[in-house]
Design a protein around this ligand. Structure first.
Ligand code: UD1
Length: 421
């Protein structure tokens, strides 16, 4: 299994290009199932989760062609309407095929995701939303079996649906399903994440009629068919945010190209509070720091508040900042897996329920640590960049799920990172 070996203590300097967003690419690739004609995407990041999604689409009969520039999907001849447990257990976002399959083909069989490292993560709201649109939903043998064959013209029916929790993939699944429903769907308490907006923009290019994405009420007027389109994936705000924290922690100066400050307001505000200097224009962000940071309190919540996907990175930063901070996780119940590993590097963290109390220490020490999930691993990489000596991070396949060319990009900024197996 691959490991990442990091020699700490280098100030990062230079420029790095931010990739397309994983969390936009995955739903948009699944939206390819809705299109009757070929669909062209650019800016798709080279990630394990993207490869898994393409493999899943391929098993259904979607023709996938891919080169360095673009991914072309042709879903004119889909033959299977199933996502098996083997697929869904490796990548929970596979649930995103449920809405498109059901809306276009009237049938879908998708495995329940089951537990995962960062909590139970149920999909009840995806299921209830589709039921509200008239679908027959049955759970048997660990699978969601969905059908619209009893409905007029076998089409989902537009509905008003209030989601009692803000769910990103839930909003995306229902938005894709509603795009081909008969009548108008109104999703209330919808997720406002930029990736939801990117998906809506892409669906509208395909012929959908969606308004309000980016607010908490999304209105979707169903259409009879969707066609292929050309779409460029929005930049990855979490990847950008991770490099921003790296620059701040190491006391460097890094410019991120293809980064949008307007998608990172909560993160930028917290980094400024910690003492970093941040400037930006419409398509780039520069972070400068002397490395002497103040601890900052963080509380995760749905966009535009502080993202849960940046929590581990800020926890790592707080471990070496001056003072005491609280990090409160309100989205996922078990998302402190990085704490024990950071403690092995000398961090002083006390966890009570969903709150971590972090007392900054003067330095972390390199150690062998274990990556447990994607963002926890990112937090460990950041800790390794400032730790004294060598940090060895095991199980980095988690990082490969979500960070394109991580060691290449870090090394480009001067870091000393290598992969070994
Ligand atoms: C997405 C992101 C993930 C991010 C998360 C929160 C993708 C592919 N992944 O995950 O990176 O960390 O948003 O910003 O975009 N919930 C339910 N029932 C449901 C659905 C969700 O109870 O039917 C709960 C979850 O357990 C969790 C909360 O709602 O506690 C938010 O989860 P959700 O927004 O759905 O996360 P994902 O869409 O899986």
């Amino acid at each position: 299994m691959d490991k990442l070996i990091i020699e700490g203590g280098v100030r990062l300097h230079g420029e790095v290009i931010v990739s397309g967003a994983k969390n936009a690419a995955l739903p948009i690739l699944c939206a390819g199932l809705l299109a009757e004609t070929p669909f062209t995407l650019t800016g798709v990041p080279e990630l394990r989760d993207v490869a898994s999604t393409l493999k899943l689409l391929d098993t259904m009969g979607v023709k996938v062609s891919k080169d360095a520039e673009q991914v072309v999907l042709d879903a004119s001849d889909v033959a299977s309407f199933e996502a098996t447990y083997d697929m869904v257990k490796t990548m929970r976002a596979s649930i995103l095929v449920l809405g498109p399959l059901l809306a276009r083909f009237g049938t879908a069989r998708v495995s329940l995701p089951g537990g995962c490292a960062i909590g139970s993560r149920p999909v009840d709201l995806h299921i209830k939303g589709l039921q509200a649109m008239g679908a027959a939903m049955h759970i048997t043998h660990g699978y969601i079996q969905a059908s619209t064959l009893h409905l007029p013209n076998r089409r989902l029916q537009g509905a008003k649906y209030y989601m009692d929790l803000v769910t990103v993939t839930g909003t995306e699944n229902l938005m894709m399903a509603a795009a081909l429903a008969q009548g108008t769907t109104v999703l209330e308490n919808a997720a406002k994440e930029p990736e939801v907006v990117d998906l809506a923009e892409c669906l509208n290019k395909m012929g959908a009629k969606i308004k309000g994405a980016g607010t908490d009420t999304i209105t979707i007027e169903g259409v009879e068919r969707l066609t292929g389109a050309q779409h460029h994936i929005v930049c990855d705000r979490i990847e950008a945010g991770t490099y921003m924290v790296a620059a701040a922690m190491t006391g460097g100066e890094v410019t991120l190209k293809n980064a949008r400050a307007d998608l990172l307001e909560a993160v930028i505000e917290k980094l400024r509070e910690a003492g970093a200097t941040i400037s930006h224009d419409s398509n780039s962000i520069t972070v400068k720091s002397d490395g002497k940071l103040k601890a900052v309190n963080v509380r995760t919540a749905p966009h535009p508040a502080f993202p849960t996907d940046m929590q581990a990175q800020f926890m790592a930063m707080n471990t070496v900042a001056e003072g005491v901070s609280t990090v409160i996780e309100t989205i996922f119940e078990n998302r402190f897996m990085h704490v024990q590993e950071l403690q092995r590097m000398g961090a002083n963290i006390d966890v009570q329920g969903n709150t971590a109390l972090v007392q900054g220490v003067s330095a972390l020490e390199g150690a062998s640590v274990m990556a447990t999930d994607l963002r926890a691993s990112a937090g460990l990489v950041l800790a390794g960049l400032v730790a004294e000596g060598e940090t060895v991070i095991d199980r980095i396949y988690h990082l490969d799920r979500g960070y394109e060319k991580l060691e290449e990009k870090l090394n480009q900024l001067g870091a000393k990172v290598r992969r070994s197996n």
